[in-house]
Design a protein around this ligand. Structure first.
Ligand SMILES: Nc1ncnc2c1ncn2[C@@H]1O[C@H](COP(=O)(O)OP(=O)(O)OP(=O)(O)O)[C@@H](O)[C@H]1O
Length: 696
């Protein structure tokens, strides 16, 4: 260790001891105070504050901080060292900030500052604060042990490259089975996105491994800190492609001290909102990912693309409004002969008095109002016997009248709309017939969930407090514009983080091909589009290989730029006996201390076959199947389309043959997804002829 590094290390070790002792003191004190569970509001507020302290101290206990920034505010005499951690902790006696929360305004300097002697600034609630940075130091602490001190900037000294070195050190770490937080190494461009203001729909197009998912989760933690009075975790929601992916990312938010955020898939969410009486018709992914299938790219007549478009949404909307308007009875109501409630009066209630209400509520309100009108008119009849007769008659006629006003049931209404001209002309007969068939069986294809939700929301409106304070859509390239528009109706202030990568758009039968397709959804609010071009997940060798695969049949707007992390070269070989090869590969990778290994096959059926053969050969692996809830890690056999969003220490693609991966954009994207899952090692084997995507 160099002398000055050593003294910095000694100094920081001492500091750590002091901080740790103070944290312990506070924890002991807080644990000695019994929890207050009474009704006194002042006591409750004090208990809440103690609870927040307990939570923060629990986060800070093992790893109190990860960074130090010496910042001299303009007008101050000296630079103050600011220690930055996952949670803010104040000094017990003085109440002064001891550890600064990474989300605090001043901490943004730690991420945005990349060197230079110029004055820096950050925005505090009281306005812009300017000053100078003297030192930026990264500290690695594990279980209260200081392990590393790296100065990535020291005023007047040459530290070029130290920041990258530190990032590489963190990226080179072996990971466990789950995505982790990145608070210590958030990059400047990621920091801007994390701290984007809440009333902005932020679309992030990022290359594979650029940290999109991670950034979105950190943005949630930031928003909850920055707008703690206004945004609630329970009112935030994350949409992800599947339950296994949600399990895979499930560690990050708790690591950041955030709980209670809803996490789901669009289908699960929609089926629940629709009252749980529908089932989703399982998509035939085996057929969709069958090699050689001429998959469509854009503008095709695929049901998913037609029904997922904003054009279809507009047609549904138009037909729905017409249906609602024409739905009410077009004739006068006559409870008994000679007594008439004019249709015009009922229409006036509809159009003027109740115009703020959704259709289902209006029907209820008008029904109640007619009943009221009947009883008022009955009261005017003196003769009890006659009154009774009229009452019976009125009841019968009222029921008959209301029968002519169909109940606004979502499925029934969708069936009606499918026959409306504006909707009908956009769909082929085959699609319409299939949709009727599904609905009859109380099933909905994936692409029908957005229209059904649209109808549901229009008919029933939104309950108070039903709007989301923030919505995250991960892998958004696989969402349809219609789905996103439905979610927008439920959002408060357009607060969205939408992330995806068009180069990984492997569900082109349902998803989008260009971000412009969803921009009209946000036309009446703030919208920001950002790009992430650097890939942090994988090595230079792997990214360069994956870029070649992709470019062989698809031209992305940008290709991923690797961080300067080198590793082993990508291996491509012809193998006659893949099972023997896999056995060796597993042993080799384990010897190289890889913990998560993926054996990637083209389709789910191929996965089943490899799984059976490996088991027969005594190899213990698990098969990842569609619909699986949990993510296990370890050694997985997994169809390539299910690897999206995940990462593994080592990846082996076992069937990189020409027949499996042809020179088409969709196959190039699929193989690109498979290749970019690898953190450290990528191997491809084929049995006869290598795919043109890897030889191009
Ligand atoms: N600033 C960073 N510091 C350290 N690691 C980072 C950083 N940004 C991203 N990573 C790491 O890069 C990997 C990829 O991150 P993530 O899965 O969020 O990317 P992604 O863009 O969503 O990927 P993909 O689209 O390929 O699924 C993760 O291991 C993450 O921890």
């Amino acid at each position: 260790m160099e002398k000055n590094v050593q003294s910095a290390f000694q100094f920081e070790s001492q500091q750590l001891k002091k901080f740790a002792a103070e944290i312990d003191r506070q924890l002991i004190r807080l644990h000695s105070v019994p929890r207050y569970r009474g009704d006194d509001l002042t006591e409750q507020a004090l208990e809440d504050s103690r609870e927040r302290n307990r939570e923060n101290l629990a986060i800070a206990e093992k790893e109190p901080y990860f960074g130090r920034l010496d910042f001299k505010e303009a007008g101050q005499e000296e630079a103050a060292p600011l220690y930055i951690g996952k949670a803010g902790v104040s000094e017990g006696e003085s109440g002064e900030a001891m550890i600064i929360d990474w989300r605090a305004p001043v901490a943004s300097l730690f991420y945005s500052f990349t060197g230079g002697e110029d004055e820096v600034w950050y925005m505090a609630p009281e306005g812009m604060i300017e000053g100078d940075i003297f030192l930026k130091r990264n500290l690695v602490i594990r279980d209260r042990n200081l392990q590393r001190v790296v100065d990535t900037y020291e005023q007047g000294k040459e530290n070029a490259g130290a920041a990258d070195e530190f990032l590489l050190y963190r990226l080179g770490d072996r990971k466990d089975n789950r995505l982790r937080d990145i608070v210590s190494t958030i990059q400047a461009e990621q920091n801007d996105m994390i701290r984007a203001s809440r009333d902005t729909a932020l679309i992030i197009q990022g290359v594979a491994g650029s940290g999109k998912t991670t950034v979105a989760l950190h943005r949630l933690a930031f928003l909850l800190y920055e707008y703690r009075e206004k945004m609630l975790a329970e009112q935030m929601i994350i949409f992800a492609p599947n339950a296994m992916f949600l399990d895979y990312i499930s560690n990050v938010l708790p690591e950041l001290g955030v709980g209670d955020i809803q996490q789901t898939t669009f289908s699960k969410w929609a089926l629940l909102k629709l009252g749980g009486r529908l089932k989703e018709k399982p998509a035939d992914w085996q057929q969709w990912f069958e090699p050689g299938l001429k998959r469509t790219e854009s503008g095709s007549a695929e049901p998913g693309r037609v029904k997922g478009s904003l054009d279809y949404m507009n047609a549904i909307d138009e037909a729905l409004q017409l249906f609602i308007r024409n739905g009410m009875p077009q004739k006068d109501f006559e409870p008994w002969n000679g007594m008439v409630l004019k249709q015009k009066v009922i229409q006036k209630w509809y159009i003027e008095d109740f115009r703020e209400y959704p259709a289902v509520k209006i029907r209820e309100l008008i029904s109640a109002k007619i009943k009221q009108w009947i009883s008022k008119e009955l009261d005017k009849i003196w003769e009890k016997k006659v009154q009774k007769e009229m009452k019976t008659k009125a009841g019968q006629r009222f029921r008959a009248y209301m029968k002519t006003w169909p109940e606004l049931d979502v499925l029934a209404v969708y069936r009606q709309l499918l026959s409306a001209e504006s909707v009908r002309e956009r769909l082929s007969d085959e699609i319409v017939q299939q949709t009727f068939k599904n609905l009859k069986k109380k099933e909905a294809a994936h692409e029908d969930l957005a229209p059904l939700m649209h109808i549901h929301l229009t008919l029933n409106g939104l309950e108070k407090g039903e709007r989301y304070h923030h919505i995250v859509i991960d892998e958004a390239q696989d969402f349809s514009p219609y789905q996103i528009a439905v979610l927008q109706k439920l959002s408060l202030k357009n607060s969205f983080t939408i992330l995806g990568d068009l180069s990984q758009g492997i569900h082109s039968n349902v998803g989008i091909n260009a971000w412009e397709e969803i921009m009209p959804v946000f036309s009446n609010g703030k919208l920001a589009c950002r790009e992430l071009e650097r890939s942090y997940r994988t090595t230079m060798e792997i990214i360069e290989f994956a870029n070649r695969v992709l470019s062989a049949a698809y031209k992305p707007a940008v290709l991923a730029k690797p961080v300067f992390r080198t590793g082993e070269g990508v291996t491509v070989t012809q193998e006659d006996d893949p099972i023997a090869f896999i056995k060796n590969w597993i042993a080799e990778r384990k010897a190289a201390s890889a913990s998560s290994l993926a054996i990637v096959c083209r389709t789910a059926r191929d996965g089943e076959e490899f799984f059976t053969k490996l088991h027969e050969n005594g190899v213990d692996v698990h098969l990842v199947r569609e619909g699986q809830e949990g993510y296990q890690g370890g050694i997985s056999i997994i169809p390539v389309y299910l690897t999206k969003g995940l990462e593994f220490d080592a990846v082996l693609i076992v069937d990189a043959d020409a027949e499996n991966y042809q020179q088409t954009a969709s196959d190039a994207k699929l193989l690109y997804v498979g290749c970019t899952r690898a953190l450290h090692s990528l191997t491809l084997i084929y049995s006869k002829h290598a795919s043109p995507l890897i030889t191009a």
